[in-house]
Design a protein around this ligand. Structure first.
Ligand code: NAD
Length: 484
């Protein structure tokens, strides 16, 4: 499908609700529009998913056959990398090179989880207990089966449209679930291509059902739907809490990948040649719109000024621009709403007396661009210090020793990621144990592998994605007992 075909097809998608305009965040111009599918589209999609699940065509297909289809999906993603990358960069404003770099990772989700299709084994138990109602000397055998949850609802945000979709669809397919997929209303374009790829690869009708619409309409209807067995959600902590409430009706299971306010600790013995640029890009990449972005940097006092200066240098050197602009390294914020939100935090901080070392302003051009912003003199009571901004804004504060560094790092309701930069290996691992985060990176940032579990501590989530945990999220365990 060409980009133009996707834009046209978007306009023709069925929907009875409000017309949603998709905006190019670089030009602030409409790209296309579509009608909100709302609760009606969700009802239809859940019914299709349920029928496909009950028919057993996908869940009962031998794992090796499911795996072959998943490999075909991966190959088709590779074949359509150009279109998908173009659509994601058009839709989010991220540099084309960045979108192209992400695409092979997306295809790999299907290859990685294809491997699991043949390994969804239970366990056999040598039962030691005898007696009970079955008889004092009964010989019992027990084993577990891993079974798909059934119909799952997949809801995810705009910050990496193809990546976020594949991270959920691949393990759900491998587990044998049927699903309703709801991308963010800001970035529905690449999901349309993915949907076609999945059908072309041979996934039976009704297994994957795309619904497009707002969160408060289509998303909310999916989260509350009595025909859905589990919701896998990636997004803000605030909406995560709404999902939990909406799920209570049928006590559907919930997996949540939520926001973060991730600390980065830089010690005086760190390799600053690596630490400074990585810590800077760890927040400014994608204009800070990454869940693991290190938005709170803590620096040992002896090197504090040096690190602030270094991060500021990187901030000032980055070229902001749209995907088609020469040499652009950082794109815009996703929307006018996000721009207002990010600037609101900054303006409030200025009023409260933070020092703006660099940035703190919207670029004087079209598009939702905010200059990478470095803030010091920040108080822990400030909203911008406590809440996730999801923009290119970092606070940098000094610390004196391990205890103070850990106390400051853990002083947040979030627990998604944390980083330590030090050449003292013993300290690095001691801190890895003390930091309250689902992922701790030592002398590296923004690292990822399909096999390594990822999930949040505290209010950053429930459950894990990726790796074995990632497929188990779509499987439930049945215990079977037999008297021999
Ligand atoms: P959001 O929570 O506003 O929206 C995410 C998705 O939820 C969208 O598809 C939206 O339409 C839908 N939604 C909104 N309201 C809903 C409702 N009431 N019921 C059901 N669905 C609803 O998040 P956002 O602002 O689009 O994305 C940014 C957030 O996502 C940040 O907080 C970021 O940290 C988080 N995030 C987390 C991870 C992770 O893996 N932990 C990854 C990426 C982004």
């Amino acid at each position: 499908m060409t980009v133009q075909e996707v834009l046209d097809e978007m306009r023709n998608r069925p929907g009875t609700g409000e017309v949603i305009t998709v905006i190019d965040p670089v030009t602030e111009e409409p790209i296309t529009e579509f009608s909100d599918g709302g609760a009606e589209a969700v009802d239809e999609a859940v019914a299709r998913a349920r029928a496909s699940f009950e028919s057993g065509g996908w869940q009962s297909m031998p794992g090796r056959e499911r795996a072959k289809i998943m490999w075909r999906i991966a190959d088709l993603i590779d074949r359509h990398t150009g279109d998908l990358a173009e659509l994601d960069s058009l839709n989010t404003g991220m540099p084309l090179a960045q979108a192209q770099t992400i695409l092979p990772t997306c295809a790999e989700f299907f290859r990685y989880y294809a491997g699991w299709c043949t390994k969804l084994d239970g366990t056999a138990y040598d039962v030691q207990m005898t007696g009970g109602i079955s008889g004092a000397y009964a010989s019992l055998h027990a084993y577990t089966r891993k079974e798909p949850y059934g119909v799952v609802g997949l809801i995810f945000p705009w910050n990496g449209p193809v990546f976020n979709a594949c991270a959920k669809i691949a393990p759900a397919l491998a587990a044998g679930c049927s699903m309703v997929v709801k991308p963010a209303e800001e970035t529905p374009l690449s999901a349309l291509v993915l949907d076609k790829i999945i059908a072309e690869a041979g996934v039976p009708d009704g297994v994957v059902n795309l619904v497009t619409g707002y969160g408060h309409t289509a998303g909310a209807a999916l989260a509350a739907h009595p025909g859905v067995d589990k919701i896998a959600f990636t997004g803000s902590t605030e909406v995560g809490k709404q999902i939990v409430q909406a799920s209570a009706g049928n006590l559907k299971k919930v997996m949540l990948e939520l926001g973060g306010k991730s600390p980065v600790l830089i010690y005086e013995d760190a390799d600053l040649g690596a630490a400074i640029p990585m810590a800077a890009m760890g927040i400014f990449v994608h204009s800070g719109q990454g869940c693991v972005c290190g938005s709170r940097i803590f620096v040992q006092r002896s090197i504090y000024e040096q690190v602030v200066a270094g991060i500021t240098r990187v901030a000032n050197s980055l070229k902001l621009g749209g995907p088609k602009e020469d040499g652009s390294q950082i794109g815009p914020l996703i929307s006018a709403r996000q721009l207002t939100r990010v600037m609101g935090f900054i303006e409030e901080g200025k009023r409260d007396g933070v020092e703006v070392v660099t940035g703190g302003y919207r670029l004087d051009r079209r598009g939702y661009f905010v200059h990478p912003t470095v803030l010091t003199n920040v108080d822990r009571g400030m909203r911008l210090y406590q809440q996730e901004i999801f923009g290119p804004v970092v606070t940098v504060l000094p610390f004196d020793d391990d205890d103070q560094a850990v106390a400051m790092a853990n002083d947040t309701s979030y627990g998604l990621a944390a980083t330590v930069w030090t050449t003292n290996l013993g300290r690095a691992h001691r801190l890895a144990k003390r930091l309250q985060a689902g992922t701790v990176t030592l002398n590296c940032q923004l690292v990822f592998d399909h096999a390594v579990p990822f999930g949040g501590y505290k209010q950053s989530g429930w459950g894990h994605e990726f790796g074995r945990e990632g497929i188990e999220a779509y499987l439930q365990t049945k215990s079977v007992w037999a008297q021999l």
